[in-house]
Design a protein around this ligand. Sequence first.
Ligand code: ADP
Ligand code: TZP
Ligand code: MG
Length: 263
Amino acid sequence: MNSIDYWNDLEELRRRKPLIHHLMNFVAMNDAANITLALGASPIMAHAAEEVEELVSIAGALYINIGTLDREWIESMLMAGRAANKNGVPVLLDPVGAGASRLRTETARRILAEVEISIVKGNGGEIMALAGRSGLTKGVDSLGEAEMDVVDLVAREFGATTVATGPVDHVSNLKQRAEVMNGTPMLQLVTGSGCMLGSVMSSFLATSRDPFKAAIEGLVAFEVAAETAVEGSDGPASFKVRLIDEVYKLNKDSFARAKVRIL
Ligand SMILES: Nc1ncnc2c1ncn2[C@@H]1O[C@H](COP(=O)(O)OP(=O)(O)O)[C@@H](O)[C@H]1O
Ligand SMILES: Cc1ncsc1CCOP(=O)(O)O
Ligand SMILES: [Mg+2]
């Protein structure tokens, strides 16, 4: 892959301000909307079956996050996903809590089977669960890292660019692989940090339409902002506020901090 022009692509995103249709869990809904706005895109959180098809048809990307799923939400997720596919709108899936309950693992796998997903992004334990290796999640938290061979397994089974987050993030679409080494351990102390990352990644996906590149751009933008935010923060709460500010302040120089290894 040619080198990534992060700044050019962020400027393009901010010019186009794509609408990002979220089916987002109740825990992270507000933070996900705010980080989407801070980056320069436009969020809408909508899960009612009566409106998802209409809304997704005008969106730049659809972000399905199963964090607080139930029977009705699952129907809406599938409906929105199919509508996105019909309208050529790219879809990102966050399989929150896959591995923690049968409902979550089966729902994530069902969405991946029935909807064409551009990017599936989860923490190490969730991606391991999608690959059939259980026992590495504790609720929505990961108890282990997913190595690249597991990321490859998921990418192969579902035909989606696959991202496993953690201290090092692994990205694969089988033809290309990358590791992103940015971020801060403080992200683990903020609930919804993975969910917010999904919003940032979906926003890049809406503009660049290249899932592998969008995945890396989202990881780098979010994590270099987090590195700056942690400097001078007093703990998780002030860090979260500063993180939204630092995403807003991302500029050409921010991306000099990118630590990406294309394999
Ligand atoms: N120890 C760490 N050091 C640096 N960045 C981290 C660390 N743990 C997680 N992150 C980053 O935090 C974000 C959320 O990842 P993760 O905690 O794996 O997901 P989730 O919040 O969904 O459980 C990602 O950008 C990831 O790279
Ligand atoms: C705590 C919790 N419970 C259901 S969804 C959710 C938020 C999970 O957020 P993240 O996956 O970003 O840590
Ligand atoms: Mg998560």
